[in-house]
Structure formats: C-alpha cells, structure tokens
Design a protein around this ligand. Structure first.
Ligand code: NDP
Length: 239
C-alpha cells in the first residue's frame, strides 16, 4: 500500500487514475478545482480523499499541502501531475493572463508539487512521479501554442528531474495522451471527433482508462528501471 496524490482527480483521466490506484489498495488523495459534485462522486466511489485547490496559484497549493500530508498519514510516495487546462485560439490573440494561466496550471503546478513531494521521497529512497503531458507537447498543435509550450515544458521537467532524482531511487516519467474522450474535448462536435478517430492509426479515440493503465504501470515495481521517458498513449496519432 502506497500513499498516492493525483491532481485533477475529479474528472476524466484523473478520475480514472484515482480509481486505478484505489482498486490496487493504495491510499489516494486527489486535488480538484471547483467541481465539488464530481469530486464527491469520485470520493464516494473510491474512498479517495478530495482537496479543492486552484493549482494555478502556488500559494494555495502550499496551503493545502500539509492538509494532504496529514490526511494521507504522510507525504505521497506516488505523485501524478495530471490536472490541466487547454485553450484554443490564434497565437496573436493569446493575452498575458491566458498564457500565464495555461503555464501555471499545466507546468508550474507540476514543478511545485515535484518540489514538495521529493523531500520525503528522497528521505525514503523511493518515489514515483508521473506527469501527464500531451502529444501536442511533442509535435505542437496549431492554435494551441500556450498548451503545447506548457506540455513541451513537462517533457524537459521530466527528463531533468529523472536525472537529478534517479540516484535517490525516484523515477520520473511522462505520459502523453492522444485524443481522449473527456470533458476537455466536449467542445468538438461528433463529426470532428469522428475525423480525429479516423486520423488515429488504432481507429478510435482513447479512454481515460487507457491512460490510467499506463500511469499505474509507470508507478509500479515492474517499471522500476524506467525513468525520464515520455510514453505516448495516443493510438499512434503522433508517430
Ligand atoms: P478534464 O478537463 O476532463 O479534467 C480536468 C481536471 O483538472 C479536473 O479534475 C479539474 O478540476 C482539474 N483542474 C483544472 N484546472 C485546475 C486548477 N486550476 N486547479 C486544480 N485542478 C484543476 O481533463 P482531462 O482528463 O481530459 O485531462 C487530464 C490531463 O490530460 C490534462 O493535463 C490534459 O492536458 C491531458 N491531456 C488530455 C487529453 C484529452 O484528449 N483529453 C489529450 C492530451 C493530454 P474540476 O473538476 O474541479 O474542474
């Protein structure tokens, strides 16, 4: 049994990840933003402990961290930086506030949590960090420049931290989903989603469970010799 923290655990990929860890008998806490109803549902289904916090605000994160550690009975041994937000517009229309919100939520919060969580991981000589990037961080998405830049930043964060923390028994990896059926893609109509499935070599959209399975594997003992990797879970979309 390990102590696990998943960010963005109230919906989509994060909720599936919370369930996957809870089913394996781990003690799980998760952070969400404002969707209390969804968070309550996930908590009731899994027994995981929900914490509301705006991850775009590192002061808020610093304030909630001791509460999470106390509720879990110790600092997380497995950290999944999954929370994210996307934004679609021409790059010339990306204002400073939007750029900052995208960078803060997708990248800076992940770094801040790695900084907090590594202290006890180093002391214990064991830890697992899994960052949820995106295939757009690898190949770039038109009209998603802030999102693509933040997710590309997670690649660098993953590789650098893997080198720094490897000697302390901590692995750091990144999972890069393709098009996954979650609220994040609810802006697309049926025809667009069908076209995206067509573009995917495996001929379908991904499910949150497809991604959660990869996260659970990277956090397992079977993945003990894997670090600094960016694993596409995209049905082959970004080959
Ligand atoms: P969803 O939009 O379904 O869920 C987002 C989750 O993040 C929710 O739990 C939400 O909380 C939380 N969240 C968002 N902003 C904040 C914030 N400021 N502070 C705290 N929590 C926040 O996302 P997905 O499940 O689709 O995506 C999960 C991850 O996977 C993201 O990093 C995303 O970029 C990545 N990804 C997703 C893809 C897809 O096709 N869906 C493709 C590639 C990558 P609340 O419920 O309270 O709003």
């Amino acid at each position: 049994m390990k102590r696990v923290l998943v960010t963005g655990g109230s919906r989509g990929i994060g909720a599936a990840t919370v369930k996957a860890f809870a089913e394996k008998g781990h003690r799980v806490a998760f952070i969400y933003h404002t969707n209390h109803a969804a968070a309550t549902r996930v908590a009731a289904e899994t027994g995981a402990l929900p914490f509301s916090c705006d991850l775009a605000d590192t002061a808020a994160l610093d304030a909630v961290w001791p509460q999470i550690v106390a509720a879990l009975g110790g600092a997380p041994e497995i950290l999944v930086n999954n929370a994210g937000v996307s934004d679609t517009r021409l790059s010339r229309d990306v204002d400073d506030a939007t750029w900052q919100r995208l960078l803060n939520t997708n990248l800076t919060a992940a770094f801040a949590l790695c900084r907090l969580a590594q202290v006890s991981m180093i002391a214990n000589g064991w830890g697992r960090i899994v960052n949820i990037g995106s295939m757009w961080g690898k190949v770039g998405a038109s009209m998603e420049v802030a999102y693509s830049a933040a997710k590309a930043g997670l690649r660098g964060l993953t590789m650098a931290l893997a080198k720094e923390l490897g000697p302390s028994g901590i692995t750091v990896n990144c999972v890069e989903p393709g098009v996954i059926q979650t609220d994040m893609n609810s802006c697309y109509d049926e025809a667009t989603l069908a076209a995206l499935a067509d573009e995917t070599p495996l001929c379908r959209l991904g499910t949150p469970e497809d991604v959660a399975a990869a996260v659970a594997f990277l956090a397992s003992n079977e993945a003990a010799f894997i670090t600094g990797q960016c694993l596409g879970v995209d049905g082959g979309f970004a080959i």
